[in-house]
Design a protein around this ligand. Sequence first.
Ligand SMILES: [Zn+2]
Length: 116
Amino acid sequence: MARIDRSTRSTRAHSDRQPPKDAMLRGSLIELRRRCGKAGCHCQQGEPHTTPALSYSQKGKTRIVTLSAKDVPRVRAGLKRYQQALRGLEKGALRGIEALKRSLQREKEQARRASS
Ligand SMILES: [Zn+2]
């Protein structure tokens, strides 16, 4: 096996903190809005501060992961991958049902032929 020296290992540990490039994400991108409460801040009168966030549910609870603007593209990509994977599963499941129906039909015809 290849030896992993100290510098390679620390690089790896660092990159492990990032989600993999092809990670799937479930939930939706939302915008958190808040007023910071600081005197004289524009948010007191006008637009509140906004923070992008990922909202998802787990065990019936809604959870929030706050993001920064630079995280939005990869979160959006992860959500898209999940939707694509879901559509793939759905298609596969429907193909499975069609195959089951065909096979049941064939068995029925074989039984009919055998009995006549
Ligand atoms: Zn403010």
